[in-house]
Design a protein around this ligand. Sequence first.
Ligand SMILES: Nc1ncnc2c1ncn2[C@@H]1O[C@H](COP(=O)(O)OP(=O)(O)OP(=O)(O)O)[C@@H](O)[C@H]1O
Ligand SMILES: [Mg+2]
Length: 321
Amino acid sequence: MAGVAFDDRVPKVSLAQASVRAGGCFMRPLPLDGTCASAARSFFREAVAGAGLPGDLIHDGVTMASELAANTLNAHGNIEYGGHGHRPVSGIPEFWLYIRNITVVDSNSARCASGRELVCKIFDSEPGWDAGEPVPIGAAVPAGPDSVRGRGLQMVAGLSAGIWGHHLSRGRLGVWKVPGKAVWFSLRIPATSELARSERLAPRGAEAIEELAAALTDRGLGTGLVPVTEPGGELAVLSVSHKLTVWCQGQAVWWREPDGSYDRMLVTDLTEAVERIIAAHEDLVVAREGSRGAAASKSQDDLPPVNDAVGYPEPDLYGRW
Ligand SMILES: Nc1ncnc2c1ncn2[C@@H]1O[C@H](COP(=O)(O)OP(=O)(O)OP(=O)(O)O)[C@@H](O)[C@H]1O
Ligand SMILES: [Mg+2]
């Protein structure tokens, strides 16, 4: 099931069922009170348990996850309550952790080498920032010398060596997969760790497109998805919305970003690909909403489809830890 952490299974499963080491995503809902930070610390430890990672790396990850989770107390404005006992049914903050491949440049030899990093994301259902402007990505966030607040993101910027950021996203848990933002950091996995080489889920061509379509549907982007496979060829195409198309050929997946550039990933990084495609989709939605405000007469047909009405399991999800 989704959220399975590190285990020894051979990755012959779908992306939704894959363990973290095989390319899947560990996910947990975060409490809505002051225990959210300690919950995030436990979730980080749980997610990496048994992975043989160095203690100082785990300590840094736990500290950063704790800070980002504490910040979700700023972002409870879009939580929906319902059912018996008026429980939260969607929009509560979420803890995610997965591994992605990276290309690193050796500063001594100037050669490129591949590696992997742990990515920890804390999702909340408020796309915006309390302080107004989005916090600058990667930068150390200034806090006044005498300030007792405003140091959390600064600490994340420092401990992650600037490898942190935020992007628009959609929830993974909850009855409705609501829009919001993910604030993240990553930590390089040492080459000595088995996780730097573990076998990962790697569907190709049409199979990869099917996995992507399933993952995007699961995040509420279902209405507009049209997978097309070229007969006799390895090329498969997924139309996510009017302005967002994903192609997959062999081991490569690529799509056009809202700024016109192309993003490309390998099929061993489908979890990261899904994150980026959703971010691109949400950026387009925001841009459209902005331009709709500016030109109210614009046709609705041009809007990318956003399907919030995808069915979901029982709301008791939040009771399961
Ligand atoms: N997830 C979030 N949603 C909305 N606003 C946020 C979020 N995270 C941070 N912010 C805003 O950014 C500011 C800076 O966050 P940061 O964690 O650096 O400091 P702080 O939470 O104010 O204090 P400290 O973490 O030092 O106790 C917050 O005060 C808040 O206004
Ligand atoms: Mg903080």
